[in-house]
Design a protein around this ligand. Structure first.
Ligand code: PMV
Length: 342
């Protein structure tokens, strides 16, 4: 190949929301416990990469929504260093990476998952162009593994629908290296779940997930947490197979509150919930007690609440969300997304 040839590829990837949370790492970006998430359909990152081969060590330029964003370069440098053994072209030359999101920044949607998953897809596509490999020679497991090396949860964003990542005796094909689809065992109740995100607070988090994962290394409840996640994986898988919404909701809420409990009991401890997050949780519980609707919630590592419910409940829930939850949101903002299975 002449050194002057440039290579260009584009790909998109969605974000995902974890029901059983990945919290704590081991080795190179492997999880200390298995997790299960569902992939969203509207919250996407689009990425285009131009690669110019050259003799010098790799340099990277990153533009986010049209503007240079150098604060993301350390993450990209770490990613490309990890990927060199899989994609040798990343040793030299120049990468111009341009990304944009279909969702607002700092809205409680995990942008690292969609962003790293889309970047991994494009980098693999460029490797194919360089070596003229056929599409079929790159398998899903490899893309998921490369995405994981950018951001753990990103390995679940390379597949649609329900995805399990991390070794568990509950699923023989599970792996710490990549996400696997569990769509074939899912009851119809859980195939059209809605995720209405209550944007309680916008803006960057005061403590990053990277720090949160690190704090799990010497956490006093580390072993207990690992046991809890493993138990919840089994319980969640059973509820997803049987279509049991009550058990699903139990796991979902236990995981959300446990994640934030682990943050509070870290050393140093910290809080990411806001007063409105707790108010929203109480209103959701009360509404459910009175109306007996299948409705639950989860939180990521931030103050925003993800309301989770089957599509058939949307009409009943709309007035409740509008009148009782939206006023708790920053600028009344809510984002409607849903599970995508294809
Ligand atoms: O993938 P990371 O390093 O951004 O960590 C994500 C951690 C949680 O979002 C809190 C849980 C999860 O499993 O997605």
């Amino acid at each position: 190949m002449p050194a002057s040839t440039n290579y260009r590829a584009t790909a998109s990837a969605p974000s995902n929301i974890a029901i059983v949370k990945y919290w704590g790492k081991q080795g190179v970006q492997e999880p200390v416990n298995p997790s299960i998430s569902f992939t969203l359909s509207k919250a996407l990152t689009h990425t285009t990469i131009d690669y110019r081969p050259g003799p010098e060590a790799l340099t990277i330029e990153f533009l986010f929504e049209g503007w240079p964003k150098d604060s993301f370069l350390p993450k990209l440098n770490a990613l490309t260093r990890r990927l060199v053994q899989h994609l040798p072209y990343l040793e030299k030359g120049h990468l111009r990476i341009e990304s944009s999101n279909t969702f607002p920044h700092s809205s409680g949607i995990a942008s690292s998952a969609s962003s790293m998953a889309s970047i991994a897809k494009v980098l693999v596509e460029i490797q194919q162009q360089l070596s003229a490999t056929k599409d079929s020679e790159i398998n899903h497991e490899q893309i998921s593994e490369l995405a994981r090396l950018g951001s753990g949860s990103a390995c679940r964003s390379t597949l649609p629908g329900w995805v399990l990542w991390g070794e568990t005796e509950a699923l023989a094909s599970s792996s710490n290296r990549f996400g696997v689809s569990i769509n074939e065992v899912i009851h119809p109740t859980f195939k059209d779940l809605q995720d209405t995100i209550l944007v309680i607070r916008k803006g960057a988090k005061s403590v990053s997930s990277t720090t949160g994962h690190q704090l799990m290394e010497n956490h006093p409840y580390r072993e207990g947490r690992i046991d809890q996640a493993n138990r919840n994986i089994k319980k969640l898988l059973n509820s997803l197979k049987e279509g049991n919404f009550n058990t699903f909701a139990e796991v979902c809420e236990e995981e959300a509150l446990s994640l934030h409990g682990l943050m509070m009991s870290s050393s140093p401890g910290y809080t990411l919930m806001a007063p409105e997050s707790l108010r929203a949780i109480r209103r959701i519980q009360k509404f459910r007690e009175h109306h007996h609707v299948p409705l639950t919630y989860t939180l990521d590592a931030g103050p925003n609440i993800h309301l989770i419910y089957p599509k058939a409940q949307r009409k009943i829930l709309e007035p409740f969300i509008r009148e009782h939850l939206q006023p708790l949101c920053d600028n009344q903002e809510v984002i409607n997304d849903e599970l995508s299975i294809d």
